[in-house]
Each structure stands twice: as structure tokens, then as C-alpha cells.
Design a binder for this molecule. Structure first.
Ligand code: MG
Ligand code: MG
Ligand code: MG
Length: 306
């Protein structure tokens, strides 16, 4: 029976490309492994798979009795629902250490870098396995996505070096242009149902017993939201009620202006003031320089709930 590699719920490009790259690496060192996904893919991820000729990993949500590598997360909230009935063979991640535990020894690669694929590149190097051209291209795109083409404060020297190396392997000369092409795909939000947008890159966090949902949409120009911002704001109110959440935050990130407009609905009217030192006006506030949920939104929020 093969083992699986799976990323977080509401998969992003890093989760999917990590699953593809790691399963290739594991299989080539004699451990038969299959990439999987926990949900539908975003237009950005479909663009990457299409560009480098990959099929979508299999949709698999139950892992009871299976062996699995967990990539791009280590929080129970983001993992498969029955992960407690699976054997976790390893965790490869670049987020804060979550609450997944195991009853058997595991392989753990956790590094404070901008993308899981940067760590997987280190694993390829560790095992002296050559990265195929198309896998290198997909890994490179995942790093450009997670680091917002190196603009995110999560970006490290390792990520940049890794992209350079992967660009060379994949034969992509202008990787920044490809990154922009990818973010253009991401910015095409017109005609998409509002709930689909809110949940496109959405994560629930357990903050000291409070469920806090945080979504993020990264675009080239916030003007794409002008006609639908009121609907987005109305929808996060619904989402808060439906999920019994304490708060829902939606980050509308402008990757060119390098900041985010935060839409927020919360049981605590002062949440934004407490976490970000900025009060909301009509449930909205511009946070200059804020590009990263992981590094700039989650930690100050957790402090408020501590
Ligand atoms: Mg991710
Ligand atoms: Mg990631
Ligand atoms: Mg992201």
C-alpha cells in the first residue's frame, strides 16, 4: 500500500506542488508515495499544473489506516479530519509549530523559510536526487506564490537561491515574469461567486479556544474588488455565524502597493486596534506593508487571545 503526501485543507499551490514534488522524491528513493489533495484547486494552482503538464493529485479526504506525509501545515484544524487514525510518517512545513502529534517516530523537516518547496529542494539535495524539469518548474512557482515574488517578509535567502536553482533546472529564463503571469491569473476575480472568493485561501485557527477564520486574496490591483467589496463584507458576517466563529478576517492584499485592506467581523469590536494598533472604519482598515497572514496577522492576533 502506498503512502500519501497531503497538504492543508483548501489547498494552495504550495500544498499541491509539495505533494507532487515530495511524492516523486520519496518514490525515487524506494518509498512508493502518492500525492493527494483535500479539496478543489484554485485557478492559480490549475495554471501551474497546466503550465508544467501535471494532472491534479487525487482528491482524498479520509486517511484512517493510511500512512501519510503532511506538508505545508502542522495544525490539526488544517489537516484531514481523521488524521488521528493515520500514521504520520513525516511533517514538512514552514509555519509555526502546530498541534499534530504522533505515536510513532517521524521524519520532521520544519524550517523558517518562505515556502515548503524550499525545504523539499533541500531534501532533494540531501538525498542527491535530480529534480525533473517539470517538477522544478512547479516547485519554483509555489515559492514565487508563497513569497509573493519575494515581496513577502517571509522571504529568506534560501528561497531566493532555491528559485534561481529551480529556474535553471526548469529552463525558465524570466521567473519574475512568470510570477507576475501567475498573479494575474490570481487577480481575475470577476464573475466568481463571492463565497468562493472568501474561501479561496481561507484558514481557521484555534486561538485559545476561539475559532478565528482568516482569508486572503492577493491581487495586482485592489480595484478588482471595487464592485464586490460590500458583498465580501456581507459574506464574512454570514461565514462568522455559520461556523460559530469568534472572528472572520479577510485580507485583500495589493501586491504592487505592498499592503492589505483588512475586512473584519468580530465579537470584539476592538480586535483590530488591539492586534494591529489600527481601528477599523466600517469594518475595514488599510494595513500598510502587511502581506503575510502567517507572519504579520496570526502572531499579533494570537497575542490578543493569549
Ligand atoms: Mg499553504
Ligand atoms: Mg506554504
Ligand atoms: Mg499564501
Amino acid at each position: 500500500m502506498p503512502a500519501y503526501v497531503v497538504g492543508h485543507k483548501i489547498p494552495d499551490s504550495d500544498s499541491i506542488c509539495s505533494a507532487i514534488a515530495l511524492s516523486y522524491l520519496k518514490t525515487s528513493i524506494g518509498e512508493e508515495t502518492v500525492p493527494a489533495r483535500l479539496g478543489e484547486l484554485s485557478p492559480e494552482t490549475l495554471f501551474i499544473l497546466d503550465k508544467f503538464g501535471f494532472e491534479q493529485p487525487m482528491l482524498k479526504t479520509s486517511y484512517a489506516g493510511d500512512s501519510v506525509y503532511i506538508v505545508d501545515h502542522s495544525d490539526i484544524e488544517l489537516a484531514p479530519d481523521d488524521i488521528d487514525k493515520a500514521t504520520i510518517l513525516g511533517i514538512i512545513d514552514h509555519h509555526k509549530l502546530g498541534d499534530l502529534t504522533t505515536s510513532t517516530p517521524l521524519e520532521c523537516w520544519i524550517r523558517p523559510v518562505g515556502c515548503t518547496n524550499t525545504i523539499i529542494k533541500m531534501m532533494f539535495d540531501f538525498h542527491s536526487v535530480e529534480i525533473p524539469k517539470n517538477i522544478a518548474g512547479a516547485m519554483m512557482c509555489a515559492i514565487l506564490s508563497d513569497t509573493v515574488i519575494f515581496k513577502s517578509p517571509t522571504t529568506t535567502t534560501a528561497d531566493k537561491k532555491c528559485v534561481e536553482a529551480l529556474a535553471e533546472i526548469s529552463g525558465i529564463k524570466d521567473y519574475k515574469a512568470l510570477g507576475m503571469e501567475m498573479f494575474k491569473v490570481k487577480s481575475a476575480v470577476a464573475g466568481t461567486p463571492v463565497r468562493e472568493l472568501v474561501k479561496r485561501d481561507f484558514k481557521d485557527f484555534n486561538m485559545n479556544g476561539n475559532k478565528v477564520g482568516i482569508g486572503q486574496l492577493e491581487v495586482i490591483d485592489l480595484a478588482v474588488f471595487d464592485n464586490i467589496k460590500a458583498e465580501l463584507a456581507a459574506d464574512i458576517i454570514k461565514l462568522k455565524q455559520e461556523g460559530g466563529r469568534h472572528s472572520v478576517l479577510l485580507l485583500l492584499t495589493d501586491i504592487m502597493k505592498e499592503g492589505s485592506e483588512l475586512l473584519i467581523v468580530s465579537d470584539d469590536d476592538a480586535l483590530s486596534s488591539k492586534a494591529f494598533n489600527q481601528a477599523t472604519v466600517d469594518g475595514k482598515v488599510w494595513l500598510d506593508g502587511v502581506l503575510s497572514r502567517k507572519k504579520q496577522i496570526v502572531p499579533p492576533l494570537q497575542e490578543v487571545f493569549a
